[in-house]
Write a protein that binds this ligand. Structure first.
Ligand SMILES: [Zn+2]
Length: 267
């Protein structure tokens, strides 16, 4: 299985290395999709940094490719923005609604052709139902897991959807590739995008939650498969090295604080 994943990783690296084929998306907007905090970061790094508090960013990423829009992750539900802003540690907050950030740049939910989610935890799928006409791109393994009998469905299942079994070159030109990176959840996925000036960027999803965990390859206790987590990170690291890509860790607050957010964008 490990060898298979390695081969799959090398195949996609080889495919994206072809300059004649590799095109770019036009723009990438980072949207503020919430904030959370915890009193003990060792939940994400077992045995390490016990009792040390941590704060998390939660971003959504809106990508324009020609006339098409792709939204990567949807964050905490917009309703969280209506709650009081002073809350106990561990309660999510939202400074701005996703709907408001889309409106600010003149994009309506119906304009978004594709919504892809890294996985089905509530800080990533909170607004999926805001996009009932968009095609949802999600791994079949994630759907099977999230909609297993007895679990609370994370969003309405009756909607346009493409269930994936592995990687997807979304626009067919190498500019945006969904990468299967299981481990945090059974059908976790990441996104590789190519921008004209910024270059290659890997959007991790929760393949790692913050930089220290990525650097030391520490696996959160809540992950469904530790071995798969290590393999997925090895795969992403290989792609980052090959493409000289930037690694944008969604929940790493210092990374997020150093980035441009909508209405500014990366091109
Ligand atoms: Zn998350």
């Amino acid at each position: 299985m490990r060898a298979y994943r390695l081969l799959a990783g090398l195949a996609i690296v080889a495919a994206f290395a072809c300059p004649a084929w590799a095109q770019t998306v036009d723009r990438l907007y980072i949207m503020d999709c919430g904030h959370n905090a915890a009193t003990d970061q060792s939940r994400w790094s077992p045995g390490v940094n016990v009792g040390k508090p941590i704060e998390f960013s939660d971003n959504c990423y809106l990508i324009r490719h020609g006339t098409e829009w792709l939204l990567w992750d949807t964050g905490f539900p917009d309703a969280v923005a209506d709650r009081p802003t002073i809350t106990p540690v561990g309660t999510a907050t939202r400074a701005k609604k996703l709907a408001a950030q889309l409106a600010e740049i003149g994009v309506k939910p119906a304009d978004i052709a594709y919504v892809a989610v890294s996985h089905t935890h509530g800080d990533h799928v909170g607004n999926v139902d805001m996009f009932p006409t968009s095609t949802l791109l999600i791994q079949k393994a994630e759907m099977d897991w999230a909609f297993a009998p007895g679990k609370t469905p994370p969003f309405a299942k009756d909607r346009p959807m493409r269930e994936l079994s592995g990687d997807l070159d979304l626009f067919g030109d190498g500019s945006a590739a969904i990468l299967s990176t299981p481990g945090h959840t059974p059908g976790h996925q990441s996104l590789l995008v190519h921008l004209p000036k910024t270059g290659w960027v890997v959007l991790t999803g929760d393949a790692a939650h913050f930089k220290d965990n990525w650097d030391n390859d520490r696996v959160p206790s809540i992950n469904t498969d530790a071995a798969a987590t290590h393999a997925s990170r090895a795969r992403l690291a290989e792609i980052v090295a090959e493409k000289k890509a930037q690694l944008w860790i969604n929940h790493d607050l210092p990374t997020s604080q150093g980035q441009k957010h909508a209405p500014q964008f990366y091109d």
